[in-house]
Design a protein around this ligand. Sequence first.
Ligand SMILES: NC(=O)c1ccc[n+]([C@@H]2O[C@H](COP(=O)([O-])OP(=O)(O)OC[C@H]3O[C@@H](n4cnc5c(N)ncnc54)[C@H](OP(=O)(O)O)[C@@H]3O)[C@@H](O)[C@H]2O)c1
Length: 306
Amino acid sequence: MSLYEHFTSKGPSGFGYGSTAEQVTAGLSLAGKTILVTGCNSGLGLETMRVLAMRGARVACTARTVDKAKAAGDSVAGETVPFACELSDPASVRACVAAVRERGLRLDAIVANVGIMALPALQTTHGYELQFFTNHIGHFMLVTGLLDQLTDAGRVVMLSSAAHRNAPKGGIQFDNLDGRKGYGSWANYGQAKLANILFAKELSRRFAGTTRTANAVHPGVIHTNLGRHMNPVATAVFGLVGPLALKSVPQGAATQVFVATHPSIAGVSGEYFADCNVAKPRADANDPELAARLWKVSEEIVARLP
Ligand SMILES: NC(=O)c1ccc[n+]([C@@H]2O[C@H](COP(=O)([O-])OP(=O)(O)OC[C@H]3O[C@@H](n4cnc5c(N)ncnc54)[C@H](OP(=O)(O)O)[C@@H]3O)[C@@H](O)[C@H]2O)c1
């Protein structure tokens, strides 16, 4: 396939690399739906919230603080409900779960969008490597805590990345979750993003026999604040080539918005999507034993947290 075809072709869904979040929801009314989006103040989360609200959904939007979430929500047209959720702080995640419950929100979808990428040096919190903790454990706590709020046909959408392919051989380093036996900025980001897929797979298995779904997505490569930890030269190059060679933010938000809302994929679960179509992740992302083990270990980690 030529580069031009790659950028312009559409897959079986009717959408492709160049589709935007507005295009994948064209003609769709989300009135009466409530969708929770984490990380609503920046990049793909902000665009996801904007388009969902524009189509009539009420968006429960989270950011590190309620002020940040409120400012982001107020910047878009439509109904938004702000919540604080600092994913690296278990008390904040639990408080968010409690606040959503107290508001009595029934969630038609959860878009687990928060992510940090490629921290140059090892950082830990609560004894775990920070990307694993923020991207995976924080969302594990939030999503499992909110399952009672999910509607019968509720959809869980986990933001992964093609960078899950950089995860260490063997997938998840269960004997090195604090990173002290070895750390690589991309390997550990990859491990966290592989964990996001494995979580969606195991959740989907647990949803079997219901009409709820859980999927993971790769949004594409988009110049956002996600690159803040990359070295300044790489960030500058990214900024320069971005408009020419990378997806735009509206294109980057399309896959998660599509998977969270599109009627054509009702009932599709346990998949990995890229460019608004089902795609193939790394082989061990499909390993049910690895997914089940990660779930069990995550439960044990959460049980020990303050
Ligand atoms: N951009 C890409 O090329 C790309 C490619 C593949 C996958 N992804 C995935 O797409 C998702 C969205 O990324 P993006 O590109 O939109 O990045 P972004 O602009 O940096 O947005 C990330 C969001 O996560 C929030 N966040 C980070 N750490 C947090 C924490 N501990 N607690 C609460 N919120 C936290 C950020 O809040 P603050 O602003 O307060 O830090 C921000 O709202 C991520 O999961 C990322 O891994 C992106």
